[in-house]
Design a protein around this ligand. Structure first.
Ligand code: PLP
Ligand code: SF4
Length: 463
């Protein structure tokens, strides 16, 4: 057979999951720092810094990330190393010193943990009013934990089994959920509650499973959430999205993991039954898509008819360079992935280390978009997921003699706010919406009174 007939003779659907050797999932946390082989080549002081920082901020990495994604010759500048390994600059000098001093005098575990907890509470663990404002109640007034309903058509669900990830991102805005403080956790215990809520809310077209990473769940748990949605009572729920970084951190979840075949079959079954299934893949760098396992996983998911959309934040030390974004979007399009959101990193955790001013974010977005074809220009941004909604920086302009940011809502608590241009005074250092002021000397944003009313009533969306 020549090459072409060999290709045509291959069974359909293509299943080359066996072409990538399987590896067992092996995870490392703060307790295992000494067991991560390449770290032993770093200076002792660097390892101590890592231990201090990871006492406060969550740390978790796995052997696949260590072996295949990080280029250890380029450490500490390597972007995937910055993405997964704690760095000294992620804590303020005072916070760092406080924990370091405790270790130096061999303080006991409880004292160290208490200090770490206090520091965490100073790091804005729940940005954008996540706990307070978005949690719906049932008819009896009980909070429905694990559900967020902020935008009319989309419900977010945090399955309790999915509140961790295969590895942690150092900049994670969900970091508070990973550090073991139960009072900071948002999680659901029951599929029944989710299905009950959706049955009553026929305005909801999109259900977004998020976490953590729902793909850390066993396939049988996913089945318990997904399969009931095939009942006609849920015909209004057209789209099932799954937010995940497993394609980057653990692509074997879709290949040789023990229940990978069942997962692939589940996705295919949902698609065949008429649902739009979308994996909202979190990507920060094109390097995450270069390994044979990553590519095989992408092919296998696309075979099911599920769509992969890509989103991720702009983060200093990792991807604050238009060339990185242009190459990432081109790689995604070549692999059949649809670029979706270009986020501004949230104002939480180690934000001083990671933040990029909005003016620079817009420049990076623009320079990157200019380098790619129309198919890669589907990434919207820079977008801030703030409490009133998703606000995009459309650009910098001069209007009536004043230098301004042109902004718009991509999503709003009131759908009527969406797509109305509005203006902020230009500020080259601002990194988030709350640092911006309305332009032209105006006292308020056009949406401000309505937003305050929604906030006071603890309404979820405009009445
Ligand atoms: C981004 C987001 C969504 C989804 O919005 P789309 O514009 O439909 O992608 C839903 N809920 C919350 C809270 C979000 O931040
Ligand atoms: S994959 Fe998402 S939820 Fe998990 S650590 Fe990274 S940013 Fe946080």
């Amino acid at each position: 057979m020549n090459d072409l007939t060999a290709v045509l003779a291959r069974s359909w659907p293509i299943d080359d999951s066996d072409a990538v050797p399987h590896r067992p999932f092996q995870v490392f946390t703060q307790r295992d720092l000494e067991r991560i082989e390449p770290l032993s080549r770093l200076p002792e002081a660097a390892r101590f810094e890592m231990k201090v920082v990871s006492t406060v901020l969550p740390f978790r990495v796995n052997q696949y990330v260590v072996d295949e994604l990080i280029d250890w010759r380029r450490v500490p500048d390597d972007p995937i190393y910055q993405l997964t390994f704690p760095q000294r600059g992620m804590l303020t000098e005072a916070h760092f010193e406080r924990i370091a001093a405790l270790y130096r005098r061999n303080a006991d575990k409880a004292e160290i943990e208490a200090a770490a907890n206090e520091i965490r509470h100073e790091l804005n663990p729940h940005p954008a009013d996540q706990m307070e404002m978005n949690m719906p109640r049932d008819a009896a007034g009980n909070r429905l934990e694990g559900i967020q309903h902020k935008y009319r058509e989309t419900v977010l669900f945090f399955p309790s089994q999915g509140q961790t990830c295969h590895s942690y991102c150092t900049f994670c805005f969900r970091w508070a959920q990973f550090v073991g403080d139960k009072t900071l956790r948002i999680a659901a215990s029951e599929a029944r509650m989710l299905h009950g809520y959706l049955r009553d809310h026929t305005e909801v077209t999109d259900l977004l499973f998020t976490g953590g990473d729902p793909m850390v769940m066993k396939t049988r748990h996913l089945q318990g959430y997904f399969e009931p949605l095939l009942d006609p009572a849920f015909d209004h729920v057209q789209t099932i999205r799954i937010g995940t970084k497993a394609l980057s951190f653990w692509p074997h979840r879709f290949l040789g993991a023990e229940d990978a075949d069942e997962l692939i079959e589940l996705l295919a079954r949902m698609v065949r039954a008429g649902k739009h299934v979308a994996l909202m893949a979190h990507y920060n760098h094109w390097r995450e898509m270069e390994t044979p396992a990553a590519r095989a996983a992408i092919r296998r998911i696309r075979e099911t008819g599920a769509v992969i959309r890509a989103q991720g934040p702009l983060v200093a030390h990792i991807n604050d360079d238009p060339a990185v974004w242009a190459r990432m979007w081109k790689t995604q399009v070549s692999l059949g992935i649809v670029p979706y959101y270009f986020f501004v990193e949230r104002d939480t955790g180690a934000r001083n280390y990671f933040e990029v001013p909005l003016a620079r974010a817009w420049q990076i977005y623009r320079e990157a978009i200019q380098q790619v074809s129309g198919l890669a220009r589907t990434a919207r941004g820079p977008s801030m997921s703030a409490s009133p909604g998703k606000v995009e920086v459309q650009g910098v302009a001069e209007v009536a003699g004043e230098k301004v940011f042109v902004l718009r809502f991509i999503q709003g608590r009131n759908p009527d706010w969406v797509q109305r241009p509005f203006f902020a005074r230009y500020d080259d250092r601002a990194t988030w919406l709350h640092q911006l002021k309305p332009a032209f000397g105006e006292a308020k944003w056009f949406w401000e009174d309505e937003y305050e009313a929604i906030r006071e009533d603890k309404l979820l969306v405009a009445a």
